[in-house]
Design a protein around this ligand. Sequence first.
Ligand SMILES: Nc1ncnc2c1ncn2[C@@H]1O[C@H](COP(=O)(O)OP(=O)(O)OP(=O)(O)O)[C@@H](O)[C@H]1O
Ligand SMILES: [Mg+2]
Length: 464
Amino acid sequence: MSDERILVVDDDTSLLTLLKMRLKSMGFVVTACGTGEDALHSAQEDPYDFAILDLRLPDVDGLDLMEELHQHQTNLPVLILTAHGCIPNAVQAMKKGAYGYLTKPFDDKELQESIDKALTTKRMGEEIHRLQLLVNELYGLDNVVARSPQMHTVLQQVARVAKTDTTICISGETGTGKEVIARIVHCNSPRASKPFMAVNCAAIPETLFESELFGHLKGSFTGAHQNKRGLIHSADKGTLFLDEIGEMPLALQGKLLRTIQNREILPVGGQVPIKIDVRILAATNKDLEQAVREGRFREDLYYRIHVVPLHLPALRDRREDIPVLAQFFLKRHGEHHHKVVKGFSPEAMQSLVTYAWPGNVRELENLIERAVVMSPQETITAEFLALSPQATKQPGSLQPLTEAKEAFERDYLKDLLGATQGNISRASQIAGRYRADFYKLLKKYGLHPSDKTTDVSTRVPPPK
Ligand SMILES: Nc1ncnc2c1ncn2[C@@H]1O[C@H](COP(=O)(O)OP(=O)(O)OP(=O)(O)O)[C@@H](O)[C@H]1O
Ligand SMILES: [Mg+2]
């Protein structure tokens, strides 16, 4: 039995009585009103889950009534009843925010279907809202930025599957937020209070992989001085997040498949499997289908983890998220670095929105943090972002990660020395490093406190 409350407004008393009966038999709590005024009074007292309004009422137009109801309750789904052949009215109703319309006469099935659809959409919206609150609470984020329709779809999918034990494979380019999504799934599952174990398959040397993941028994190989519990076992009752699953050695993929299917693990050197209860989430930034075609990834494992595939679109394909994310990171890093930075100049925002973001959200966050640190004003201008549309890099022009990081670090240090006029205490404070560590960094790059990038020193006033 549903206890959702429905408001029905029609001046045709026989239709009103009939509707009331039908809706009651469907399990709803129904309030029937003959005039717009009664309906408004009633809606002000207690919010409804759904409203069915006749287009023509004695005291008010049905669409005006809908607008008034929406002023009290913006997300109230409304179904408009129109007389046969009034399609233009129905179109107008939809434009003004009606969820749908029904042409009189209608049968029970049509009525039920329209209500079900509207209520499902409403519940889904509430679920996403609830999920976001939960994420804030449990995951410790003020919010997960999801403004674009693509991210709404992802969150809707998350809302649908989070509570189940389904295996999910999250794909997306580097830095798109795959781990963020994995954590949301975990935090919103019945396993939320149990461990979330993230394993980066690319970071474990191949020789150690089996023992790291499945554990080993004392004496099972040279160096195994004692029993060791594997990461899968440590995630028991919780969630195991296998990041970069495409990097898992082929030889172990079969063993993982058996673990997922039989819900048990066999430690290295063990004879008796151990029962475990984990939910598996996987992520990949590689094309796993291609890995399957090339024989680097087992097809059976591919299907086993793709029960529910979730794809995170690249940031350049959901540009609506960029301004909100930028503002979000501005606030986060402004607070972190104790700097008052309020916003971006129009040119700066323009360059953020048009840039190609090969490193996605992570790259955006790093860039904003750097701009927050370097900017002498409360408004970040385009020069502190140093982005140009040409910065849309071609794969051939990209450096290996280590070199790119070092180049960034060297430039950053030079900028920082320029901005602080070689004041090491201030520079190390901004960089969030102890003085000794900061000196080590300077030494690593052969820099001296008096070194600086000339352009920065001329544009950044000395610190107060
Ligand atoms: N929607 C979002 N809202 C707020 N922050 C986000 C969002 N998406 C990603 N981030 C932030 O961007 C950074 C990268 O996210 P995450 O580590 O989840 O990416 P990833 O896809 O797992 O990357 P990789 O493939 O490199 O492992 C993190 O600091 C995360 O907090
Ligand atoms: Mg990741």
